[in-house]
Design a binder for this molecule. Structure first.
Ligand code: M6R
Length: 611
């Protein structure tokens, strides 16, 4: 984050960092320029609270001034210790830099600096930028930053200050996010609007390879060669309350409870004049009609939403659909051409693996449709069509409401394709859409399980491991349930296709091992339902403790369930929207019972902008 204006920069920057901490919490640091040639830096490994304790210890008097910047780190190069914390300074201490991303040619730059006698104080790639800027600085910070950026390889956002120019902050971006906030007599820079939403909703989006200089009176943008650029202003369409806990114990619970609204917002406006409409379509309708295969690419939870998409899109369009981990996609030479549609799903729109998959697909002439929760992020910018999920900010590192929103968006993509290709009649598309419109109420109903799941979580908190089983669309739900538990409760968890159990994983079953089973509807998928009952019998016979998520009124499961969690009956393809809810709560509450920070699980960050 960067700030210059009429308020004390330290206070503004610390408030901003508090709202950005979900992006990384390995260390935190601030720099403030006093206006008389002084540039003070404090930084500390660990959470922002450690930095604040340090500031209390050393006093805040040295950090007074109206210009400053700050950083919270998710470590890539160099351990999360004090000396690797940002801001980094050059040897004179007059230039300070914070950096997100990876400078890929840092080894070469470091060697060059060391050969010139520069002693680096950290193990990071980021510090090299501070020395490089300082070496060429001749009174024009923006010019120096532009020159350095032309030498850097990789993905980066840099924010730079210099003691000789205390009224400005300069920043640059390549494939890593950066937005400007425009206030009255003050200007902000941050990775995410959440940092300055308290002060202004007027924002400006920076494009690829651009440098911005902020002063209290405004901002100026150029490309890396100094050519002026007209940047795109936008209004942030949510307010501070969306980024606050609002009486909840933790953000994730708030976000779980916001799911009905998030779903409604994802669907809103996408059915007009009897047709499905996307947010931005830079593709001719004919391009959608010509599609002959679909790849869905994504990571983590977004990937699990993509697995659900496979079932829906194939069913509605009769097109072959492959769902692929974005980090694997471009390394295996997938068969792509101009009739391939690649659906790239990313909450942040910044995930480096997904962005690279998008770039690879476009190089191969495939069409790319992005599903994203962040307006104007890099992935939608580089795609041919966009569907925004409009789920609002998600602060908990574990994805919840954006998962459900992604699933809903996937359904919209499936219906848009079915409509364009004529595999569904308009009245069928309308009927499917109206079924989707009933889902926010169904999810609200599923939230009625929170109390029961919370109690169950307390009972399961000391388990060594939990397995999750599902079939058909219940399989991705099982994978997602296991991922949530791993990332939040640090408990061994695996999701399996229930039919696969007998081919190996059943050997894991031992007495009292908790196994969560996601049941299909007995009406919608009668055959699968009875097969799953057989699978439960197999594990029960071996002593497993069964926790069964089943449709309300499905009495046949009762003898198979040590714990039964009932969710409302909905059409089969839409079941993940309701059956995921108790699994999200289970993971969060087990984590809480084990004493872990639900919103900031260890080693993770919300946006993974490195490959
Ligand atoms: O921003 P993205 O949707 O691209 O992020 C993808 C994954 O990194 C993300 O879903 C991750 O798995 C979450 N921690 C899941 O809770």
């Amino acid at each position: 984050m960067g700030y210059t204006g009429h308020r004390p920069a330290l206070d503004v920057v610390l408030d901003g960092l508090r709202r950005l901490e979900y992006r990384g919490y390995d260390s935190a640091g601030v720099a403030v320029l006093d206006g008389d040639g002084g540039l003070a830096v404090e930084r500390k490994a660990g959470r922002l609270a450690n930095l604040e304790a340090r500031l209390d210890e050393v006093g805040r008097d040295t950090l007074t001034g109206g210009t400053g910047m700050g950083h919270t780190r998710w470590a890539t190069h160099g351990a999360p210790i004090d000396r690797n914390s940002h801001p980094h300074r050059d040897t004179t201490g007059r230039t300070a830099v914070v950096h997100n991303g990876i400078i890929e040619n840092f080894a070469q730059l470091r060697a060059e600096l060391e050969a010139d006698g520069v002693e680096l104080a950290s193990d990071t790639d980021s510090e090299t930028a501070a020395h490089l800027v300082a070496r060429i600085y001749d009174g024009d910070l923006a010019a120096a930053v532009r020159t350095v950026c032309r030498r850097l390889e990789g993905a980066f956002t840099l924010v730079v200050t210099h003691a000789d120019e205390p009224d400005k902050v300069v920043a640059a971006r390549r494939s890593s996010p950066l937005v400007v906030g425009v206030g009255v007599g003050e200007t902000f820079l941050a990775s995410d609007v959440a940092a300055f939403i308290e002060h202004t909703r007027d924002a400006v989006e920076l494009g690829q390879d651009q440098v911005v200089t902020i002063t209290k009176d405004g901002y100026e943008v150029t490309d890396f060669h100094g050519e002026p650029v007209v940047a795109k202003p936008f209004q942030v369409n949510w307010d501070l309350s969306a980024a606050e806990k609002g009486g909840h114990d933790y953000f994730m619970l708030k976000e779980i409870e916001e799911q009905p609204e998030a779903l409604a917002n994802t669907l809103r406006g996408h059915f007009a004049d009897g047709r499905i409409v996307l947010d931005e379509q830079r593709l001719a309708d004919q391009d959608l009609r010509d599609v002959d295969k679909v790849f869905v690419v994504a990571c983590g939870t977004a990937y699990h939403s993509g697995l659900v998409a496979k079932y829906a899109i194939e069913h509605w369009t009769r097109l072959p659909v492959e769902c692929e981990l974005a980090s694997e996609f471009r390394y295996r030479d997938p068969v792509l051409d101009r009739d391939t549609l690649v659906v790239a799903i990313s909450q942040s729109g910044e995930t480096a693996d997904t962005l690279e998959a998008v770039r690879h697909a476009r190089e191969q002439k495939a069409r790319v449709l992005a599903i994203c929760n962040t307006n104007g992020a890099q992935i939608p910018r580089e795609s041919d069509a966009v569907l925004y999920t409009h789920a609002g900010p998600e602060i908990g590192v574990a994805a919840t409401k954006t998962f459900l929103a992604q699933i809903a968006a996937n359904y919209l993509v499936g219906l848009a394709l079915a409509q364009a290709r004529g595999t569904k009649y308009p009245d069928e598309v309308a009927r499917e859409f109206h079924e989707l419109e009933a889902m926010p109420a169904a999810v609200q109903h599923a939230l009625g399980t929170v109390g029961q799941v919370r109690e169950l979580a307390r009972e399961l908190a000391d388990s060594k491991a939990i397995l999750f089983l599902g079939r058909h669309v219940g399989f991705p739900v099982a994978l997602e349930g296991a991922l949530k538990l791993k990332e939040l409760a640090y408990m061994h968890a695996e999701g399996f296709a229930a039919g696969e159990l007998k081919h190996g994983p059943i050997a894991l079953i031992e007495d009292q091992l908790p196994v969560v089973v996601v049941m299909p509807s007995p009406k919608g998928r009668a055959v699968l339902h009875s097969k799953l009952l057989s699978n439960i019998s197999e594990i029960q016979a071996r002593g497993a403790r069964t926790i069964v998520i089943a449709e309300e009124g499905d009495d046949t499961v009762k003898p198979f369930a040590d714990h039964l969690i009932e969710v409302p009956a909905v059409p089969t393809l839409l079941q993940p929207l309701v059956s995921s809810v108790p699994l999200q709560v289970l993971a969060a509450e087990i984590a809480r019972s084990r004493g872990y920070d639900v919103d900031k699980p260890r080693n993770l960050a919300k946006s993974v902008t490195v490959e």
